[in-house]
Design a binder for this molecule. Structure first.
Ligand SMILES: [Zn+2]
Length: 188
């Protein structure tokens, strides 16, 4: 699948865009519809959001969507004019990047002690939202009954949220490994 981002506007986050895109392409091979990762300065309450969008519903498309994703969205008829939009909260990303009091924000999440909190947070969050993208194409995959050890880390009874959350737990370390490898054996 093709992935575009608006990371060029957020150089202070110091994320290697091409390494991130390759990481997603390596790990999420079930997703076929193009993905737009959108760092959102207006997203204040949630850490992230997934939406499946029809390109024809837009009067004005985000620049990266029209320049990078448009022809694939329109010309590959399997996509039926859709793309996944994954929004990530700029405020939370910045807080994670600066490390200040951030552990408290995610203390209810299943995240192992890590020496790189920022990328751990990013990959955990992305795995959750990417699983929502996968759900719209392929349905849900995980049931809590198969992972009773993670019951305490579920914050919703909704089976789609549980599926996404288990996916994060099972995926984020591999995402970290891919990113580090592609980024030359280091995170920064
Ligand atoms: Zn969710």
């Amino acid at each position: 699948m093709i992935v575009a981002t608006n990371l060029e506007h957020f150089i202070n986050l110091k994320i290697n865009e091409s390494a991130l895109i390759e990481t997603i392409q390596n790990k999420w091979t079930n997703i076929k519809v193009p993905i737009f990762i959108y760092v959102d300065t207006k997203l204040k309450k949630a850490h992230g959001l997934h939406a499946c969008r029809n390109i024809k519903d837009y009067v004005k498309l985000p620049k990266k969507v029209s320049s990078v994703l448009m022809s694939e969205v329109l010309n590959n008829k399997d996509n039926k004019n859709h793309f996944h939009r994954i929004s990530l909260s700029y405020d939370f990303l910045k807080m994670a990047r600066n490390g200040r009091c951030f552990a408290k924000e995610v203390s209810d999440w299943y995240i192992k002690e890590s020496n790189n909190m920022f990328y751990t947070y990013l990959m955990f969050l992305l795995s959750h939202e990417l699983q929502h993208a996968d759900q719209t194409e392929n349905g849900t995959k995980f049931k809590i009954d198969d992972y009773p050890q993670y019951k305490n880390f579920m914050f919703s009874d909704d089976h789609k949220e549980i599926d996404a959350e288990i996916s994060s737990i099972l995926s984020y370390e591999e995402m970290l490994k891919f990113y580090k490898e592609i980024n030359g054996g280091t995170f920064d």
